[in-house]
Design a protein around this ligand. Structure first.
Ligand code: SF4
Length: 191
């Protein structure tokens, strides 16, 4: 009888675990995340695996930002997912995917920053990142070329910070239209 009772408990625990696992998988699929375990979530449901969850200025629980002193970088990716291939940062955008299916360079570089931050702060390998636009997700491989391009950009930004005048470095009207410095900038491409 005792054995049957223990067996029943065991079966119930396994069933509960299966239900929780399926719910987590469904949630991840809904969110457009790659298959794996969410280990960082900056969208309102902090996980606290990378570092203890903190309270922000509004008293809300929030993931601690990732910080690299070496590169002078700090940031909070929307999600980090631990997959079979490595840790994958996911950045959610409220806009639609560009019509040509090629992500904006600024979005790619932001994602690359998160890839670098993950490598620096966790030591995990980062195979790729995902930009989740409103209508679809784009995978961006974190290649050596992208890593080098990011380091070059960070170097340029450090130089620009020390310069008196900084000029526009792109021809993307949409980027200027969405820029919060537009009113102050005399090189804006947007009206
Ligand atoms: S408005 Fe000015 S600062 Fe903003 S993206 Fe355009 S050029 Fe850069």
């Amino acid at each position: 009888m005792a054995i049957n009772f223990l067996s029943l408990i065991f079966v119930l625990l396994v069933a509960a675990a299966a239900v929780a696992w399926r719910a987590a998988r469904r949630g991840a699929r809904r969110a457009g995340l790659p298959a794996g375990r969410v280990i960082y979530n900056d969208t309102g449901a902090p996980v606290g695996r990378i570092a203890p969850v903190r309270l922000n200025a509004r008293g809300e629980r929030q993931e601690k930002p990732l910080l690299s002193h070496r590169h002078g970088l700090v940031g909070r990716p929307d999600y980090l997912v631990e997959t079979d291939e490595g840790v994958v940062p996911v950045e959610a955008k409220s806009t639609k995917c560009p019509a040509d299916g090629v992500p904006y360079e600024s979005h790619v570089m932001q994602l690359a920053c998160y890839c670098l931050l993950v490598e620096e702060t966790t030591g995990a390998s980062v195979p790729f990142g995902v930009i989740r636009y409103r209508d679809r997700e784009l995978r961006v491989d974190y290649t050596d070329e992208l890593h080098e391009a990011l380091l070059a950009l960070l170097g340029e930004m450090r130089e620009a910070r020390a310069a008196e005048d900084v000029h526009r470095s792109h021809d993307e009207r949409a980027r200027c239209a969405a820029c919060s410095y537009r009113e102050l900038c005399d090189e804006s491409l947007a009206d």
